[in-house]
Design a protein around this ligand. Structure first.
Ligand code: NAG
Ligand code: NAG
Ligand code: NAG
Ligand code: NAG
Ligand code: NAG
Ligand code: NAG
Ligand code: NAG
Ligand code: NAG
Length: 906
């Protein structure tokens, strides 16, 4: 390979193979090979440095070599494998000193850390090589130039040219007379024209021209203008036909300095390199006849190989009538593989530096020695990499090997999760890398990665197994070209270490609570209830709460929520359940289900308000999937829900409406209704929720209910209180009662007391309040003695000298339902015992019965208004709620007359 004269040699990481140590015994070694001085620089000493080469001429002037000067003056610089740089100088290089058959050259090599070559270290190397005997014509095809030298005393005046092209003589003649140099002109024969150049012009055009004591020399770099491409037996040659004129004593002489080197002729068939070189090409042998092969030899790196060595290496050299052919199996000893990159993929190239020397005799030149140096590189061949993965489960390590690589490859970077890190940095991320070299010149890389390192994706597969996917990229650099390539690695290990999320749940009065303990597989699972994804952003809207503290996910959902499923409504409560599904965040596949069921008390569903309003919430059962909650009705189908959700319907209505039935009990009134659902055109409800409101006097004992099996559904009754009051008013107008603060109320004897008994709730206009007995005591207790009757069985006490007066109650702003009131007027009196005035304090009590405004004829208790003949304990009729009320204290002042002896002890 041709190189710039300033080389940047990048070698990171040092690998010394056995072959290498042999070569690199010193800084540089020199050898004399054929007509070349061969300097081999060990790369070891020049890694990561800039190099420049100069030739030192005999007067001590250094000529720094650039690419053009090198090819003009007979130098070449190539890499020979990755371990060394080869500097080759022709025996006839511009700066060689030839004496007898020994040539001497001094080379200066500068080594610097910087590209500007400042502060460079300088190495001088002088070497002498014997070379000889010289053939009359010697041709060399180097990698960067062609060279011909012709012995001066065998002058071949080209009769053809002289005879056919006499202008060759005429043109150069004037300059020839004046020229000082031995060589003074060169004429190129091109198809369209002949071109004569003076020596100085030829130099400027890149040609190397000179004479030695015995020889004429022409050197032509491959890129010069006068080169023609010609074919010989299908092989292309770079050729120059030229005649060189030189002065010798008084004569101007001309010599044929034709040059031709094959530029192709290499084929790759059946894993074999086939190099074909035509013999006696017209470009070299014009005008000659009588060809006779003298020698055909070949070798590697300018070293001749014997027939045995070739056979051992499976090389085949064949010399036919018209061609010489060399066959080298790809990979054979002598060449080397190197790593290369094509379209981002890495592969190998086999390269070998062959040479071929052909000597022949003909009648024009006598002996011609023709040496071709051929650097052959096979086409890029992609390399397959083997990746193995042996996980060490106990150490929780993935052990990945990648290979094979050649030794000219170095791992430089790892890309982990999109970030490139160097090998040492990768170690800090838990990616330990090292290489293992094999004696055959290959190596593998081992990458050890902790299971928990960055960039390892863990994915749940089945029951107890997680897949660990290691996905990273290795970046390699090829030396010395600094080309890079990347190798993506994806390897998967199955590890039985999955921990699934678990959950526990409970319910309190109003809510479901579910606590999910995260496992190690559910990082990307999403919680769903029904089809709804639970998200903190919408939790409030749906009345649930969601909290994830990293280890636990806590979910609370109210009993009355569209997320809840209702299985069954029962006397004892509602069977409700919540189904949480954890779904894969990407595929939404179900991964894990949790379910919690609880029985919620029916009190959640029913409220019996004091003003006679009932609030009942009916819920949609799972088995009635098609039930439309907005179509639920009460017994009176006009009564529709006031609030509807997907799963619930709430009704709000007065006990007096919507077909509510009513039932009296001894201490309570029971209202009953149903929430119903009818399919269109069907009179039999498919859904019936029976519910009851019981208004009990002073929250006395619960009322029994019927427990019908399953259908229709019913719930425990709701309770309200049946409230009564007995108030004292200031005047007969009954407009202003004494307020609580005004008790005890002070009254004089004989003053009138205005009492009002009221049914405070429920506000059911179909109820009527009736007085049974009213009586006075002188202590707070209703049962204390003595007592004075005021009403008996609904009749005013006829024994009283100051007769109690009942007042009619009419509708007013305050009195919405007159039937809920009774008013009566009592004259202030006091108890006496003997002649002693008893305590001057009175309390009044009444027992009442709640009746229907339209009592049945059989309903004796409610039929009568004042019926002294009927005993109040007559229980022949249906029971009615009865209650007792008491007034606050009334203090008696003495001024007025005492009721004397008119009361007796009880
Ligand atoms: C030049 O190189 C020498 C040794 O190689 C070093 O000590 C010196 O500092 C360098 N000077 C500069 C200017 O780089
Ligand atoms: C030709 O060769 C001589 C002797 O080797 C040398 O002194 C001279 O510089 C060379 N001329 C050129 C142009 O290379
Ligand atoms: C390829 O080479 C093998 C062994 O060297 C040989 O047996 C085979 O015939 C060759 N094939 C061709 C097409 O040349
Ligand atoms: C990893 O694999 C390499 C190559 O197979 C082996 O030499 C090494 O001992 C392994 N290391 C561990 C920790 O298993
Ligand atoms: C390697 O990574 C380092 C740090 O990210 C970066 O600076 C460097 O250019 C990378 N080298 C190659 C060859 O990609
Ligand atoms: C590996 O990672 C790259 C990018 O980081 C991504 O494009 C690719 O799909 C991943 N491959 C696998 C198998 O996960
Ligand atoms: C997360 O919540 C759970 C349940 O409420 C509790 O047991 C746990 O300690 C909490 N963890 C943290 C880290 O707060
Ligand atoms: C009954 O009371 C409830 C709660 O105080 C109230 O929302 C409702 O409007 C009342 N109904 C009537 C008819 O006054």
């Amino acid at each position: 390979m041709k190189l710039g004269l300033v080389l940047r040699l990048l070698l990171i990481g040092i690998l010394i193979s056995t072959t290498w140590t042999q070569v690199a015994s010193g800084l540089m070694t020199s050898e004399c090979l054929k007509n070349f001085l061969h300097l081999t620089l060990s790369m070891e000493h020049f890694k990561d440095k800039y190099l420049s080469f100069s030739a030192v001429d005999r007067s001590g002037i250094t000529w720094e070599l650039d690419e053009a000067l090198a090819s003009q003056c007979g130098y070449s610089i190539t890499y020979s494998s990755r371990t060394s740089i080869v500097f080759r100088a022709s025996a006839l290089s511009c700066h060689s000193h030839l004496e007898k058959d020994v040539f001497t050259l001094t080379v200066q090599i500068k080594v610097s850390h910087t590209s500007d070559m400042k502060n460079a270290t300088t190495h001088l190397k002088s070497a002498s090589c014997p070379y000889g005997p010289w053939s009359p014509r010697e041709l060399v095809c180097e990698t960067n130039y062609m060279e011909v030298s012709v012995q001066r005393d065998i002058l071949q005046i080209e009769k053809d040219i002289i005879l056919n092209e006499p202008e060759d003589w005429i043109l150069p003649y004037p300059e020839a007379k004046e020229g000082e140099a031995s060589v003074w002109q060169i004429v190129f024969h091109q198809p369209e024209e002949k071109r004569a150049l003076l020596v100085s012009d030829a130099w400027r055009a890149g040609y190397g021209l000179n004479t030695t004591e015995t020889r004429i020399l022409l050197r032509v770099p491959y890129n010069t203008a006068q080169i023609q491409l010609v074919k010989a037996q299908g092989i292309t040659f770079s050729a120059v036909r030229s005649s060189t004129f030189y002065k010798q004593q008084w004569m101007i002489l001309m010599v044929d300095t034709a040059l031709a080197c094959p530029v192709d002729g290499v084929n790759y068939i059946n894993k074999t390199i086939i190099w074909t070189v035509p013999k006696y090409s017209q470009a070299l042998c014009a005008g000659a006849t009588g060809f006779k092969d003298v020698l055909v030899e070949a070798g590697v790196n300018l070293r001749k190989l014997s027939a045995e060595e070739m056979a051992f290496r499976k090389y085949v050299l064949s010399n036919d009538l018209n061609t010489i052919t060399m066959k080298i199996p790809i990979g054979a000893e002598g060449g080397s593989y190197k790593t290369s990159v094509s379209s981002g993929k890495h592969g190998t190239i086999y390269s070998i530096n062959l040479f071929l020397e052909h000597q022949w005799e003909d009648n024009k030149w006598g002996l011609t020695k023709y040496t071709i140096i051929k650097e052959i590189e096979t086409p890029f061949e992609q390399a397959e990499l083997a990746v193995t993965n042996n996980s060490n489960l106990s150490a929780r390590l993935m052990n990945v090997t990648v290979g094979m690589f050649l030794l000219d490859v170095e791992l430089v970077n790892l890309t982990i999760e999109g970030t490139a890190v160097t090998v040492p940095e990768a170690t800090q991320h838990g990616y330990l890398t090292y290489e293992i070299q094999y004696p055959n010149g290959s190596k593998i890389y081992v990458i050890q990665v902790s299971f928990d390192a960055l960039g390892i994706k863990k994915e749940y597969v089945t029951d107890d197994t997680r897949e660990y996917t290691l996905n990273f990229t290795l970046k390699f650099i090829i030396l010395p070209t600094s080309d890079t390539f990347a190798v993506p690695i994806v390897t998967v290990s199955a590890v039985k270490d999955a921990v699934l999320p678990s959950a526990r749940g409970y319910c309190d009065e109003d809510d479901f609570h579910l606590i999910v303990t995260h496992g190690n597989v559910d990082q990307n699972w999403l919680p769903f209830i029904s089809d709804q994804l639970l998200m903190p952003e919408i939790a409030q809207k749906y009345h649930y709460s969601l909290n994830d503290n990293g280890t636990h996910l806590t979910i609370s959902v109210p009993f009355l929520s569209s997320l809840v499923d209702y299985k069954d409504i029962h006397i004892s409560g509602v069977m409700a359940s919540l189904h949480l599904t954890l779904k894969d965040g990407i595929t939404l596949a179900n991964k894990k289900d949790f379910s919690i069921s609880c029985r919620f008390p029916p009190s959640e569903l029913i409220q019996c308000l004091p003003n006679g309003t009932v609030v009942i919430t009916a819920i949609k059962l799972v088995r009635l999937a098609d039930l439309d909650t907005s179509l639920l009705v009460l017994r009176d189908k006009q009564c529709k829900p006031s609030l509807v959700t997907k799963k619930t319907a709430t009704f709000k209505f007065n006990v007096n409406t919507c077909g509510t039935s009513r039932k009296f009990n001894s201490r309570s009134i029971t209202y009953e209704n149903d929430v119903l659902y009818f399919r269109p055109g069907n009179d039999i409800p498919v859904y019936q929720l029976k519910f009851i409101c019981v208004y009990t006097i002073k929250h006395s004992a619960e009322v029994k209910y019927e427990n019908k099996k399953n259908f229709p559904s019913s719930i425990k009754p709701g309770f309200g209180s049946l409230d009564l009051s007995l108030k004292l008013f200031k005047e007969k107008s009954y407009s202003e009662p004494y307020r609580e603060l005004e008790y005890p109320v002070v009254k004089y004897l004989r003053e009138a007391l205005y009492f009002e008994v009221e049914l405070l709730q429920p506000a059911d206009p179909r109820l009527e309040l009736n007085l049974e007995d009213c009586w006075a005591t002188n202590s707070r207790s209703q049962d204390s003695l003595p007592q004075w009757p005021i009403f008996i069985n609904g009749c005013e006490n006829s024994e009283d000298s100051y007769k109690t007066v009942s007042h009619e109650v009419n509708y007013s702003h305050r009195v919405k339902f007159p039937q809920h009131f009774k008013r009566f007027e009592v004259t202030v009196f006091t108890f006496v015992q003997g002649t002693t005035l008893l305590q001057m304090q009175l309390y009044f009590h009444c027992s009442v019965v709640i009746c229907s405004t339209t009592p049945l004829p059989s309903d004796i208790i409610c039929q009568r208004r004042c019926n002294p003949g009927t005993h109040r304990l007559d229980r022949s009729a249906e029971p009615h709620p009865q209650g007792q009320v008491s007034s606050g204290a009334v203090l008696i002042r003495k001024e007025k007359t005492v009721r004397k002896g008119e009361r007796t002890d009880f």
